[in-house]
Design a protein around this ligand. Structure first.
Ligand SMILES: Nc1ncnc2c1ncn2[C@@H]1O[C@H](COP(=O)(O)OP(=O)(O)OP(=O)(O)O)[C@@H](O)[C@H]1O
Length: 597
């Protein structure tokens, strides 16, 4: 049997954000909010759940009837027993089908919520500012997208069935008991406050220990991701034991918090078992006494006992899954940390940019990192004309990469403004702007696709000729000749099969194929040998004049051909001019250049 989830799509992003902001700090309300728009599906699911559960309510009545008939045989006893048997069999036999139908409706809804939640997280992660990522380990985020959403999905599945069955069982058992004996009903009622008191007493410590455990898991996941990234460095320096010891500290943390959580969960489970088993046996003794006194029949003793066992069973299940419910609620909060995160990259999109020409102007820009103490840029002014190439030079840490990040819009100026084609950057649609620029970052980032996919990343309908043209520009023909499937050769994770220089040239090819109006090279030639550097240098020189080019390079010889070089010192431009002019001036640039020779 193959069923599919009704395709409503996974796009519930705005709805989920509203759900979180409206029901702040109420995970249960947030959970119910996920079912918005799924009322019909839930109603159908509940109908089938009632059918599925019905044998549990009917069989005790049938059992009691048969026992009563057997202990007091009379006219038509066999027929009456057979009639009860048929009724019971009818209810029992439909259970498999109704179970399937209930699962189909609820699992469909819950899996869709699971997918939509992950989709909402992915969308939000794509909106958060680059600064947010500098502050949080990626492993923690992975844990939220995968593990926390899985916990919420498990919670939804458990919540629906267990809570619904509990409520129905209590109602049916109470109604039938009340009908047969109000006195026994009162004994039944006494179990409820005991359950509530138990949950109330254990609620806080279980929640706290769940939170501590979840935080510990997130930290460890972050540390594992970091350890994996560091493996080549660790191995190269023979620091395996240092890393193992570092990881052991995290693992001990999980061990400790997990142990505390297990103790609390089990104490809770055991305490409730003792209380309810005692209740059950008391109930049996009580109804037994009533039967001895002739107030109720033997069949009714069995009926009450079965119902009471059911209610106790349901309460025990509820109590046993309570820690899981807490874990799920904690995950609802954890997902909220991302969905409610305020560090979203602003994108006002007030003024249309149209075709970018490439005029860039920094007007009195001040910049300070949110957690930084000093201004990296102070009263920074610079105008770059379309097609001009400008290189930034200066000592390490003077803010060259920061200027490029401001230009990409990763960082907002603390004061002052950046004009792009005379439009203040804060009023631009950043996606429209960034589609017309290209960046070759300091650290090359490749993914596990093919060479073709890595070069054309995100672009469609790019011909082989266009790809080959940029491959020639960056001098990658030699590499392609050696690749078994040419452009369609997979690169392995992060392009690990390539040399640093080859990776960097692919990164440059990715920038060039976009035919950008502004191109930004952040030390793009730093990992290249002299032969590759020459080829890249030619490609860079080729780009100069075609589009506005910004370059940061430590090797000052590589920026020789730039139209102007701006020497950055104390947060602003200390010197500006062509290579020859700055060398002739014998100022800061000249001195730095002389140090490199
Ligand atoms: N996220 C951050 N938070 C606080 N300070 C930062 C952050 N990133 C960078 N800085 C600081 O800002 C200053 C400028 O950094 P930037 O990377 O722009 O310098 P740079 O001139 O490109 O250096 P280099 O030539 O060594 O690459 C440095 O002192 C650095 O420590």
């Amino acid at each position: 049997m193959k069923e599919t989830i009704p395709e409503e799509g996974l796009e519930h992003f705005d709805e989920y954000l509203q759900n979180y902001s409206k029901n702040e700090n109420h995970p249960l309300k947030i959970l119910l909010g996920f079912y918005k728009g799924k009322k019909l599906q839930c109603a159908k699911g509940f109908f089938w759940l009632i059918c599925q559960r019905s044998p549990v309510w009917v069989t005790p009545i049938v059992t009691a009837n048969i026992i009563d008939i057997a202990t007091n045989p009379g006219k038509n006893s066999i027929q009456r027993i057979l009639f009860n048997l048929v009724i019971a069999l009818l209810f029992i036999s439909q259970n498999a089908f109704s179970n399937y139908m209930a699962t189909k409706h609820f699992s469909g809804a819950n899996r869709e919520i699971e997918g939509s939640l992950r989709n909402a997280l992915v969308r939000k992660l794509q909106q958060l500012s680059i600064m947010f990522y500098k502050e949080i380990q990626s492993g923690r985020l992975q844990s939220k997208v995968m593990r926390d959403v899985e916990n919420v999905q498990a919670l939804l599945n458990q919540m629906v069935r267990t809570l619904f069955f509990f409520i129905l069982d209590v109602i049916i058992a109470s109604a039938v008991t009340l009908y047969h004996s109000p006195l026994v009903f009162v004994v039944f009622l006494a179990a409820i406050p005991v359950a509530v008191a138990g949950i109330y007493y254990f609620k806080k410590p279980i929640s706290e220990r769940n939170r501590a455990f979840r935080t510990e898991m997130e930290s460890t996941q972050g540390a594992v991701a970091e350890m994996l990234e560091m493996i080549p460095v660790t191995r190269a320096h023979g620091l395996q034991e240092v890393e193992i010891n570092k990881m052991q500290r995290y693992l001990k943390g999980i061990m400790h918090q997990g142990f505390q959580l297990d103790l609390m969960n089990n104490l809770f489970g055991a305490a409730s078992w003792v209380v309810f088993q005692s209740f059950q046996i008391l109930c049996l003794a009580f109804t037994g006494c009533l039967a001895v006194k002739g107030k109720i029949g033997v069949g009714e003793v069995v009926l009450f006992q079965t119902y009471f066992t059911q209610i106790v069973g349901q309460i025990s299940t509820l109590i046993n899954i309570y820690p899981d419910l807490c874990k799920g609620m904690e995950s609802v909060r954890s997902i909220g940390d991302i969905l409610e995160e305020k560090q979203v990259e602003p994108n006002h999109s007030i003024v249309p940019l149209g075709d970018l020409k490439g005029n860039v102007r920094f007007c009195n820009v001040d910049f300070k990192y949110p957690d930084g103490e000093r201004y990296i840029l102070k009263d920074f002014n610079l105008e770059v004309k379309p097609g001009e190439s400008i290189a930034f030079a200066g000592e390490s840490g003077t803010g060259k990469s920061t200027i490029l990040n401001l230009l990409i819009g990763f960082l907002p100026p603390t004061d002052g403004k950046i004009l792009i084609d005379r439009i203040n950057m804060v009023n631009l649609d950043m996606n429209e702007y960034r589609k017309q620029i290209a960046v070759v970052p300091q650290n090359t980032i490749l993914f596990s696709g093919t060479i073709r996919e890595n070069i054309t990343y995100g672009l469609e309908n790019i011909s082989d000729d266009e790809i080959w043209s940029v491959i020639h520009e960056v001098g990658l023909e030699d590499l392609l000749d050696k690749m078994p499937d040419g452009l369609d050769t997979p690169l392995g994770e992060h392009g690990d099969r390539l040399s640093g220089g080859q990776k960097q040239r692919i990164s440059i090819a990715r920038a060039l194929i976009r035919k950008p109006k502004i191109i930004i090279f952040d030390e793009a030639t730093s990992a290249l040998d002299s032969a590759s550097e020459k080829k890249v240098q030619e490609a860079t020189d080729h780009m100069m004049g075609k589009c506005t080019t910004f370059i940061v390079a430590h090797r000052l010889s590589t920026i020789r051909k730039a139209d102007r070089i701006a020497f950055i010192k104390d947060g602003s431009v200390a010197e500006i001019g062509s290579y020859e002019e700055l060398m002739a001036k014998k100022g800061y640039f000249y001195r730095l250049k002389s140090l490199q020779e």
